[in-house]
Design a binder for this molecule. Sequence first.
Ligand code: SF4
Length: 967
Amino acid sequence: MGYKKPSFIENIAEKIGIIPNLHKEEYQKFDGDMRHFTDEEVAQLYENFPPPSKWDNWVEYNPKVWPRKEKTTYQIVPTTCFNCESACGLTAFINKETQQVVKLEGNPYHPGSRGRNCAKGPATINQITDPDRILYPLKRKGKRGDGEWERVSWDEVLDTISARIRKAIQEGRHNEIAYHVGRPGHEKFMNWILQGWGIDGHNSHTNICSSGARFGYNIWYGYDRPSPDHANAKFILLISAHLESGHYFNPHAQRIIEGKMKGAKLATMDPRLSNTASMSDYWLPTYPGTEAAVLLAMAKIILEENLYNRDYLENWTNWQEYLKAKHSDKEVTFENYIAAMIEEYKDFTPEYAESESGVKAETIVEIARLIGEAGERFASHNWRAAGASNLGGWAVARCLHFLSVLTGAVGAKGGTSPNSWNKFSPTQPNPPKPQKVWNELHFPKEYPLAFFEMSQLLPHFLKEGRGKLDMYFSRVFNPVWTYPDGFTWMEQFMDESKFGMHAALTPTWNETAFYADFVLPMGLASERHDLNSYATHGGTWVAFRQPVLREAARRNGNPVEYTYQANPGEVWEEDEFWIELSWRIDPDGSMGIRKHFESPYRPGEKITIDEYYQYIFERVKGLPEAAKKDGFTGAFAELEYMKKYGAFAIEEGESYKMNEKPLTEEQLKGAEIDDETGVIRKNGKDIGVMVNGKAVVGFPTPSRKNEFYSQTMVDWKWPEYATPTYIKSHIHNDVLDKSKGEYVLVPTFRLPTLIHTRSGNAKWLVEISNRNPIWMHPDDAKKWGFKTGDLVKMNTDIGYFIDKVWVTQSMKPGVVACSHHIGRWRRPQDKIGNRWATNTVKIENDGKGGWKMNTVSGIKPFDSKDKDSKRIFWKDGGVHQNITHAVHPDPISGMHTWHQRVRIEKPGPNEKYGDIFVDTNKSHEIYKEWLAMTRPAPGPDGLRRPLWFKRAFTPDKSPGGPYYIKD
Ligand code: SF4
């Protein structure tokens, strides 16, 4: 996007100051541009937003009744959005008269989102007022899955579950308790709870989400997420759709645009012309899974054309180790390092990359040069997308980071930092020690390098008798619908010998909750406490999600003890739920659990929610001073500041190049330096590295540098991947039989207005997006004789689904795609829920692994207290595709590889839209095929996992402890 002549209207608007002057002469200059907004300037742009001094008494007039004057007085309370991980700021407008939340807007005082939201933020109001929401705790009646429920009290829930957990722990069955999270969003809270119970019970959704990319980043530099500094970049490369979806897309999107407005160029790799690709300077429609080949071709050009950052490569990669291990015949010189890399990637010519990916060789060359020229100001991101879709998808992130290393952009201003440098980590009261157990249902021996829990395989592990779960919590988590192979989940959930008791903690009905024993309503964004901090830009912030009606009640002099006393119905929140549960598991403190959940200010008494947060906030750098300056002086000063503003900027722009941070004299006291590597060790731990004669912190890898050469990969039986590599995907063109109609299906993309399974109760969002056809290029459609709207049968490895075709030039020829956020369902016997989005379906099981699903009826208008429910005009609820996918765990990263080989055909005369069939025996066979590709632990020293790899909820690492395989 270059300079665009202003229109007449723009000129006038700029002149009279309605909009900033975007067209002044120096606009074309990259630096010194007037639109490098400071946070204060951004806040000024929101000057029409009510100032905090008026938040307790804000008056607005109803525009609909003009010229009559009808005023409403609001109390405004900040919180954060819960509809994706970004945790953008929200402000709830509470009608003072009715004490009800009426609308939600952005919070200009939130440093990540700066007052802006995507459609999903304000749509929180739909979720709050959804006529079908769950308002009270429910317990199943009759057989599991029959759809019969009765209301119970929170006391009954807590007593029943705590007794079960207490018994399991007392009998040493720690590994039979598991907490499985879909949408997290609370910094370290569950570590505190689960490690307080002494269990290895955390399971996450990360292996169907982001662990592929995490592995690729981690193997380089010990951090598992990138934090691109888009606003200061000169060139941005996205292997994702960050202008429209993903984490942390709204905060990232606004900074990508800010970077573009200052002259940055944007390139997007995606086989689909996403909204992001359409806003880019370069769209690179790579054939799925070939992204790494393109990136390595770019790396080769940067090396050959001397566009690399010599200083960075020399000081911050482990090149000496690489030469010694792979080129022992050569002298260890920097020149030999560069020559060896050029030799290593000699086959990755632009022409080869074009033949693999379909992207033109000259475009690859052009972009490689622009990246080289951008140097340190090269920002990039791979999150899900290719990293989450392909066998070896982790290699995409690894090759992308290679470009950051070559240009010296790692941690630089305008470059790409590790996520942890821009993220706050709380200090909690009475922290528990790491657990002494290892749960192989989450981290089995076959996947020693898996970056997160092998959650997608849990039902297969249970099916083949590897264990059972006596108490299972699903938390805002819906594997029956979101995961591949949902019918296998269903089979296992129905079996009480596998799942002894299942409590679904959820704000809304979902397909998994239908198979639970307890359904426990948990709060939405404005109904719960959480702590958030995310790497949205080159700065660090902390935000406070709070139950806004509770806070309003406090301000009005009517405080409540528990959040459910202020929320609609008896909707609760996890924080208080877990603290209460922990006390009931260990009522007299004899199990050593209760002590972690006692007040740090009132010894021996139960911690309150205010005390928990005050303890954290009073330890946030700069917050005590800010609270004092704002006039808060009492025992809860910092908490009150956060309750007032909802967020706090800890630092802005100080966290670049943190690897160069010098070690202090105190840190160096008693430390030893390894003569060969320069690594500095103290008390058996690596604490830094010598670089150019200075002792600095470095990166948390064995070499304390970026590891171009990974001895870890060699030690853990994958020597062929010791350096950044292109791995051919399981859906590579070579393995597809085009004569049989085989295609690759891209099932990973999200429509910008949807949330995985929580937009079903947000009417505005469903109104915008309510079907998920198969995207097909006109050339492919012509070949098949398809028109838009025709039925197509998509045969997967374990079954099929029948969808409709959408013919569009936005799809790469030879590839088809289907959004994964639509196709919600409920059975006739289920509690009514999410009627804006769900089809009613019939499910049949032949008892031999064959499962059929047919749509009985689509979406219809319905009667409710919300008049809009009668105005529903859409009928099509889409098709549930994920349930027809087999599990495909990458043997190294453990990431589910989402892309599917599908065989396209025209449906038979009796086959209808929405028909689904799956054979779960076949899916178990495919699980075994992929399992056979692994290279199991132990690794060196009998380890289950490299000690330097991070692990969620890390167990005790002492020799002989759970990290070591005993037999
Ligand atoms: S990006 Fe949208 S959904 Fe995500 S937190 Fe921000 S407003 Fe909410």
